[in-house]
Structure formats: structure tokens, C-alpha cells
Design a protein around this ligand. Structure first.
Ligand code: ATP
Length: 203
């Protein structure tokens, strides 16, 4: 089995590529979804997050209101570090568990889609790293047109993330998402082919 860590900046095309790879037979683990599960009441981080940030972050049904939490940690590096110190190790263990299950099932390729793969120290979980890069202007336009993200918000989020050049230093494969969706599919198909040849996988 090969485990691919798929990462890249906001709106660079990670989810799009993950779903293309799923269509080719890969098992996808979405770190965002794991992040949601870890927060659930009864989930592994709920109690510690509430203890750290107070009951004011809960909604009527005792769920952690991620918007409220985001307001507390955005622009407050200390609070963000505190939150990440609670979440990341728990998410790491959940992902590790899922990879283990995939191995037991005999899956051939697992894709871990994680924006913060490098920053969260998840490199050790994967065999290779695929980095998505896309021109800033295209990302801003796609986020605006397709996800309704305001231009200024998109630019602010791009400013605080790891620079594409920095991220690429960790890459085994770089996928440049600078063209159409068809072109992206072709590039991913090519990498899939290369992967099969490199790993001797019948995927
Ligand atoms: P996020 O960081 O927000 O999770 P992401 O890296 O997963 O984003 P996607 O959600 O895959 O990125 O892509 C962002 C948006 O851009 C989506 O609406 C997607 O359909 C669109 N998109 C991605 N690549 C292309 C492309 N080559 N051509 C046109 N639209 C694209």
C-alpha cells in the first residue's frame, strides 16, 4: 500500500484532485472531516477544547461552534497554538487508525488530503507528498466564483499560509493547477500512471 499526502494552499485544488484519485480507486481520508469529528460531543477533543476556551464556544446542542472558536483564535497566535496542541495529536491518531484499517482491508492507495500536512507534522504518516500549486489570481477568482469567498478574505488566508515555494520543498510530486479541469484530470492521470509504475501497484 502507498500513502500519499495531498496538500497545498487554500483553493489550490486538493479536494478536486482527491475526488479524481478516488475515482481511480484510491481511498481518501479528508483531514477536514477528521477535524470535524474530533470536535463532536463525545469526540476525543471536545472536553479539552471546552475546558481551554470556556462554555461560551458551545451552541444550544452542546456542539462546539467552530465560527465562535475561529473568532477567538484568528489573529491570536497563542490561542491558535493552544487549540492546535489539543487537536493535532488527536487528529493524528484518528488518521493513523484509518490508515491502519485501510492496510488491513488491502487497499492499494490511500490519499490523505490535508492542508496542514507539513505544518501539523503529519509527514511521517505518508510515504510521499503531492503538493498542489495554483496561481494566486486563479485561486482568488475560483474561491470567489465557486465558493462565495470574499476576495479580501481569500487574500488574507493566502497571506498567512506557507508560501508555495516553501511547500514545494517537501514535495515528491508537484501538480500545477493552472489550467482547465480537463488539464488537471490529465495531470492527475499521468501521476497515477507514474505511481503504478514506480510502486508496482496494480492500481
Ligand atoms: P480548500 O482549501 O478551500 O479546501 P481545495 O484546495 O480543496 O480548497 P478545491 O475545493 O478542489 O480546492 O478547488 C477550489 C474551487 O476551485 C472548487 O470550486 C473547484 O471546483 C475549483 N477548481 C479547482 N481546480 C480548477 C480548475 N483547474 N479549473 C476550474 N475550477 C477549478
Amino acid at each position: 500500500m502507498v500513502v500519499i499526502g495531498l496538500t497545498g494552499g487554500i483553493g489550490s485544488g486538493k479536494s478536486t484532485v482527491a475526488s479524481i484519485l478516488a475515482g481511480m480507486g484510491a481511498t481518501v481520508i479528508d483531514a477536514d472531516k477528521v477535524g470535524h469529528e474530533v470536535y463532536c460531543p463525545g469526540g476525543p477533543a471536545w472536553q479539552d477544547v471546552v475546558t481551554a476556551f470556556g462554555k461560551g464556544i458551545l451552541n444550544d446542542t452542546n456542539e462546539i461552534d467552530r465560527q465562535k472558536l475561529a473568532k477567538i483564535v484568528f489573529g491570536n497566535p497563542e490561542a491558535l497554538a493552544k487549540l492546535n496542541a489539543i487537536l493535532h495529536p488527536r487528529m493524528y491518531r484518528m488518521v493513523e487508525e484509518r490508515i491502519k484499517k485501510a492496510r488491513q482491508r488491502g487497499d492499494k492507495v490511500v490519499v490523505l488530503e490535508a492542508a496542514l500536512l507539513i505544518e501539523a507534522g503529519w509527514r511521517l504518516l505518508v510515504d510521499e507528498v503531492w503538493v498542489m500549486v495554483a496561481p494566486v489570481e486563479k485561486v482568488v477568482r475560483r474561491l470567489k466564483d465557486k465558493k462565495g469567498v470574499a476576495e479580501e478574505d481569500a487574500r488574507a488566508r493566502i497571506r498567512v499560509q506557507l508560501a508555495a515555494e516553501e511547500l514545494q520543498k517537501h514535495a515528491d510530486v508537484v501538480i500545477k493547477n493552472n489550467g482547465s479541469l480537463e488539464e488537471l484530470k490529465e495531470k492527475v492521470g499521468h501521476q497515477w500512471q507514474v505511481l503504478s509504475e514506480r510502486k508496482g501497484n496494480d492500481c
